[in-house]
Design a protein around this ligand. Structure first.
Ligand code: HEM
Length: 468
């Protein structure tokens, strides 16, 4: 039996735990340099096979729910979210799947895109004429508002209540993939208190929707009326867990990637010029960016894919072997874990030309790099591939389009690097200086007059707050 080779630098007992938490990209890159596309690390007593490249990534994603168990890797989320999706048992997950598909079906994206437009514009309107801000922080708030409006509806601020996101942040900060989540630590006690309060809010929203089903068409009402695979309906506890699960899956991941996207565009002015030209040609000021406009914004979507490649919010995912497996020329015992690695897979020169370069054109149809569905792991793959991927990509495209349409933005941070935490990766501070463009630069005088006369609320508001 040939076991995979172990990467250098591990300590007795703890193995590579601390390096994993501090700099897993460095650890994985060293493992790849030492041993190639299959190597092992040790996290305390736990052995983990780290795999690189499409072929091995494919094996991990397609063996999930067969020889590979997904749920064990997410037990650290269970106390925070409840038992749902990736924390539920395999049988429960497949029972819940039709409901997940209902939430993300194509027709619902229209409403989600409207919610994104409204909240992004609201954020931009709040910025004043000029100033400085940290986009890394701003994105955390903006993506909360988008999620709130998309999932709960226009009254989400009142319905969720003022303290909701602070409670959510308290839970999110308690996440710890290393310590047992039931230890009597202050951060876990705060998590449990916050979770109780959030559950009380969500249970009230469930009751309201159950009592007045015709008044609501939002996530909770969808969860209430969509049958599970076995024909029964989700109990309230699972509805609460589903809501929390979607927020946990989608919030910090999208915020981190949106922050990186804007930072990368500002660091590459030539490409940003191409993005701005496309926005100018396709996005009419004061009009919603709908799905047909989004489909014209090719440069932004290529930049989004390049951001996912270079700085994935979710650079790794983990599984547990339920039976021994042969991977390449190695025998991997049951009980070992397996991880994909964006920091090595996304930089393979055979797959990506000059992989260290920011070069979104690599995703253009002429070049067609990264077409293999398992070359990039930032949204996962196979049956569990991110259900919210289009939601996240559209949100990032709308944020970028409206920001660069209405503001001149200059990057102040000299250096931006990835911060690896207990949850999703995010960029360090992305400090920018911004200046609002005059309305006359956004659209012509006749259109402004016509739109104001026709009652366009956006232009009316702009004229009221920024008379020129
Ligand atoms: C840039 C933003 C996002 C990134 C990088 C991301 C990343 C991922 C990844 C890597 C997975 C697979 C996990 C695994 O295989 O272990 C996943 C699954 C999932 N994501 Fe996302 N995600 C993002 C945004 C969202 C959003 C906005 C939502 C919901 C509104 C969402 C909902 C989900 C759900 C429900 C799953 C589980 C799918 C399943 O198990 O069938 N994600 N995401």
């Amino acid at each position: 039996m040939t076991l995979p080779p172990i990467v250098s630098g591990g300590y007795p007992v703890v193995g590579h735990i601390f390096e994993m938490l501090r700099d897993r990209a460095g650890l994985f890159k060293r493992g790849y340099a030492e041993h190639g596309d299959l190597f092992a690390i040790k996290l305390g007593p736990q052995y983990v096979l780290v795999v690189t490249g499409s072929e091995h990534n494919r094996l991990m994603y397609t063996q999930t729910d067969k020889t590979l168990n997904m749920q064990e890797g997410y037990t650290f989320l269970e106390e925070a979210v409840g038992k749902v999706l990736f924390t539920a048992s395999k049988d429960d997950y497949y029972n819940q799947r039709p409901v997940l598909q209902e939430v993300f079906k194509r027709e619902r994206m229209v409403g989600y895109i409207q919610a994104m437009n409204i909240e992004v514009q609201r954020w931009l309107d709040s910025l004043g004429e000029s100033g400085e801000m940290d986009l890394s922080e701003e994105m955390l708030h903006l993506t909360q508002y988008v999620a709130g409006r998309a999932l709960i509806g226009p009254n989400f601020r009142e319905e969720l209540g003022e303290g909701f996101w602070d409670l959510y942040t308290m839970i999110s900060k308690s996440l710890d993939p290393v310590l047992p989540p039931t230890l009597p630590l202050p951060k876990f006690k705060r998590r449990d208190q916050a979770r109780e309060k959030i559950h009380a809010v969500l249970r009230r929203l469930i009751d309201q929707r159950r009592d007045h089903p015709d008044q609501y068409d939002d996530l909770i009402s969808t969860l209430l009326k969509t049958p599970l695979k076995d024909g029964t309906f989700m109990p309230d506890e699972t509805i609460v867990a589903m809501f929390m699960g979607l927020i946990f899956a989608g919030h910090e991941t999208t915020a981190g990637q949106a922050g990186w996207l804007i930072a990368l565009l500002l660091q590459h002015p030539d490409y940003l010029d191409a993005v701005k030209a496309e926005i100018q040609a396709q996005v009419a000021y004061g009009h919603e960016i709908d799905a047909s406009v989004l489909s014209q914004l090719k440069h932004i979507y290529w930049a989004i894919d390049e951001t996912t490649r270079l700085h994935p919010s979710a650079d790794t995912q983990i599984r547990t072997l339920e039976a021994p497996m042969t991977v390449g020329s190695y025998d991997v015992p049951a009980g070992w874990r397996m991880m994909v690695s964006g920091s090595t897979s996304h930089f393979l020169p055979d797959t990506f030309q000059q992989p260290e370069r920011f070069d979104p054109y690599r995703f253009s149809p002429e070049r067609g790099e990264g077409k293999d569905p398992f070359a990039i792991v930032g949204f996962g793959g196979g049956i569990h591939k991110c259900t919210g991927m289009n939601f996240a990509k559209n949100e990032m495209a709308i944020i970028t389009s409206l920001l660069f349409q209405q503001f001149d933005v200059e990057l102040l941070s000299e250096e931006v690097h990835t911060v690896t935490g207990n949850g999703a990766n995010r960029p360090s501070a992305v400090r920018v200086r911004y200046q609002r463009k005059p309305l006359t630069a956004l659209t012509d005088a006749d259109t402004i007059r016509e739109a104001a006369d026709a009652g366009c609320p956006h232009i009316r508001q702009h004229l009221a707050t920024h008379p020129e």
